[in-house]
Design a protein around this ligand. Structure first.
Ligand code: NAD
Ligand code: MG
Length: 383
């Protein structure tokens, strides 16, 4: 029986994790979980998942819940996330929190020798240089939940790292893949939130439309698979059937395919190295699909991709600036304060204004993240 702590249980990945666990009650148990502010949904999840340790974002919610459910331990805030992620009972932490907020709980869980199933890609983007050595030092497993990275991980099963030639990260292209830059000037939040292939949280859906999501994934891949940026290629593949590929030095290419369903990479991260039936999963029929399409990305059209490679190659504090500025700009777009193309513009301005440092420690990352958010807010306020 694997005992799991799910961070971000009320989110898109969190709820799909609950679904996977419910179908494999003999193998998995959620012993701890966290939610943000959606307490109604948390209480609904609590009717089927009887975790004894639960963390919420706000203290008032914690007090309300503690009065109502006397036999459960409630926690709040970042300290609460750390407490539940490091419980002695927990074997693996599935981190499905969105954004920079996922970083500290991940680090503390690794230090407490927990295996990590990582959906929270922002953790690796901003702090891959701290996380990877920590994973090695503490002899824990870091298992990707992101579908592309799970595909690469599966394609590398039994292979030697020295045989990799390059990684080919597929991208659906998001909601606006067929729009020109001129057309992108007037797109709305509602249009951006309509992803053609996946149903996900709002932040990542907007990131998919800008392609910052793919940019973050390039950096995530660099850290997970220890490859150079020159050896990571992004390929637009509108059908999201090939989830990513690895090309080896003998020219062979190995890919992982499947119908788009995040429950598969979630489940694989939990069952690895074994596999279990995916209950309710739709089998892939290439005969029905008929044809798959591919296109090289246009780095001018998808400016976010160019900025992400630039930040990744620069390294040090720059990915943290890109990530923090993007989180803030993404939220401003979602709230209707800025236009779609302003997102990449603000991220680029933050990157240009930043005083770069090499090898930032955690405290410096926290400061730089805040600086990038404040910078974006100031720029928008000045208009
Ligand atoms: P979501 O917005 O649906 O859910 C986020 C969860 O985190 C919620 O439970 C929310 O309450 C919690 N949360 C948000 N801010 C918090 C904070 N400051 N403190 C504590 N908890 C907080 O997001 P999602 O789409 O499930 O994505 C989660 C992560 O997984 C992201 O990093 C995303 O990039 C990654 N991811 C998601 C998908 C997907 O299909 N949704 C696919 C691949 C990777
Ligand atoms: Mg992905």
């Amino acid at each position: 029986m694997k005992k799991i702590c799910v961070l971000g249980v009320t989110g898109s990945i969190g709820q799909q994790t609950v679904d996977v666990v419910k179908h494999h009650r003999d193998s998995f148990e959620i012993v701890a979980m966290s939610a943000g502010k959606n307490i109604d949904l948390l209480e609904k999840i609590m009717t089927t998942i009887h975790a004894k340790h639960i963390c919420v974002q706000n203290e008032e919610d914690m007090i309300y819940l503690q009065r109502k459910y006397k036999d459960i331990h409630f926690y709040c805030g970042e300290d609460g996330l750390i407490s539940i992620a490091t419980l002695s009972d927990v074997d693996i932490v599935l981190n499905a929190i969105v954004g920079f907020a996922g970083l500290v709980p991940t680090m503390k869980a690794i230090e407490a020798h927990k295996d990590i199933a990582l959906a929270n890609k922002e953790t690796l983007v901003v702090a891959g240089h701290l996380i990877i050595p920590l994973v090695k030092q503490n002899h824990v497993q870091l298992l990707p939940v992101d579908s592309e990275h799970s595909a690469i991980f599966q394609s590398l099963n039994g292979e030697r790292h020295c045989d990799i030639n390059k990684i080919i990260l597929t991208a659906s292209g998001g909601s606006f893949r067929d729009k020109s830059r001129l057309e992108l000037q007037h797109v709305t939040v509602e249009e951006a939130l309509k992803h053609p292939n996946w149903s996900m949280g709002a932040k990542i859906t907007i990131d998919s439309a800008t392609l910052f999501n793919k940019g973050l994934e390039v950096m995530e891949a660099k850290w997970l698979f220890d490859v150079d940026y020159d050896d990571i290629e992004v390929l637009i593949h509108p059908e999201s059937i090939i989830h990513s590929m690895v090309e080896f030095k003998d020219t062979s290419v190995i890919a992982q395919l499947g119908t788009p369903d995040m429950r598969l990479p979630i489940q694989y991260a939990l069952t690895y190295p074994e596999r279990q039936p995916l209950i309710g999963g739709k089998r892939l029929s290439l005969g029905e699909i008929g044809s798959l399409h591919f296109e090289k990305p246009d780095f001018h059209r998808f400016r976010a991709l160019a900025l992400s490679y630039e930040a990744g190659r620069k390294g040090g504090s720059m990915p943290c600036v890109l990530n923090g500025a993007n989180e803030q700009a993404n939220a401003l777009f979602l709230n209707g304060h800025i236009s779609f193309l302003d997102i990449e513009k603000l991220v680029e301005e933050a990157m240009r204004a930043h005083h770069w440092i090499d090898n930032p420690c955690l405290d410096q990352l926290i400061e730089i993240d805040q600086w990038a958010r404040d910078y974006v807010l100031e720029r928008v306020g000045e208009r």
